[in-house]
Each structure stands twice: as C-alpha cells, then as structure tokens.
Design a protein around this ligand. Structure first.
Ligand code: HEC
Length: 134
C-alpha cells in the first residue's frame, strides 16, 4: 500500500514537472508559502489588461504594470484572481493599503506611483485583483 502511494506520488510529480517544463508557465510564491502556478493564458492576460479609466490606466502603465504583468517579478499577476485571493481574502483594506504605501518585500513604497492617492491605489488593486470591472 505504502509503495503504491509513493509510486503515485512520483507519477504525480513527474506529471507536474512536465507541465512546468513549458517555458511560458510561471509560479508565484505567496507569503503563506503556497505556490500558485500561472498558466501561459494567465501570463498573456496580465500583459494585455489595462484599466478603462484613462488617468488610472496612465498611472498603472508607468508603475504597477512594470511588475504585476510580469511573472518573473514575483508579484501577483493582474487578472490572475487566485493569486490575489490568497493575499487579500480576509485582509482589511487598510492593511493592504499600508502594504502598498510602505512597500512589501520586493515591492517598493507606493508601488512606484508617488502621485497616486489612496483611492487610486485601492482602485488599481481592485482592477488588478479582478474585484471590479474597470
Ligand atoms: C517593482 C515591482 C512592483 C511594482 C512597481 C508594484 N508592485 Fe505591487 N507587488 C510587487 C511584489 C513583488 C509583490 C509581492 C510582495 C510579497 O508579498 O512579497 C506585490 C504585492 C502587491 C499587493 C499585495 C499586498 C499584500 O498585502 O499582499 C498589492 C495590493 C500591490 N502589490 C499593489 C500594487 C499597486 C497598486 C501598484 C502600482 C501603484 C504596485 N503594486 C506596483 C511588486 C511591485
């Protein structure tokens, strides 16, 4: 029985590494040490999404987008809802806002948008996490 289990595990691992071998797939390590794998579609989507509001889109373009549309930046990908769920679910919006303003690990303070208001930072986060249809 035990051997069967181990065999199953090896099979599963092999199947997974085959998947990850695709050069366009990426992974994000969350602060809870969970790994969420972004598919090639998630990565492609992150590169194309832009807020509808032109002023917000301009700010997104020159700040958040630099990291949040690139799987290599280890930032939660724009439009990749599961990536954001594990971070934002159950977290007070003041804490999320404070994390952006103070910076969080590889994210610099204000997410590099020094002229963003609190409302804009929240709107940009809602947009990236798929919480609004902006
Ligand atoms: C230089 C790269 C970079 C830029 C620019 C950037 N981010 Fe981030 N962001 C990150 C990284 C990396 C993380 C993950 C940090 C961690 O948990 O280690 C992150 C995480 C976040 C989080 C999750 C915070 C939490 O509590 O888990 C939010 C919200 C966020 N970014 C919003 C923004 C917004 C809004 C902008 C633009 C105004 C922005 N980011 C610009 C790299 C960036």
């Amino acid at each position: 029985m035990r051997n069967l289990l181990i065999y199953g595990l090896i099979l599963a691992t092999t199947a997974c590494s085959g998947e990850n071998g695709k050069s366009d797939a990426g992974q994000t390590q969350t602060s809870k040490n969970e790994t969420i794998t972004a598919t090639a579609e998630d990565i492609a989507l992150a590169q194309t999404l832009v807020p509808d509001d032109p002023a917000l889109a301009a700010k997104y373009d020159r700040s958040c987008r630099t990291c949040h549309s690139l799987v290599d930046a280890k930032a939660p990908l724009t439009g990749h809802v599961p990536d954001w769920r594990v971070r934002l679910d159950g977290k007070a919006s003041e804490i999320v806002l404070a994390n952006i303003k103070n910076g969080l690990n590889a994210m610099p303070p204000m997410g590099l948008c020094n002229d963003c208001s609190d409302d804009e930072l929240i709107a940009l986060t809602d947009f990236m996490s798929g919480d609004s249809s902006q």
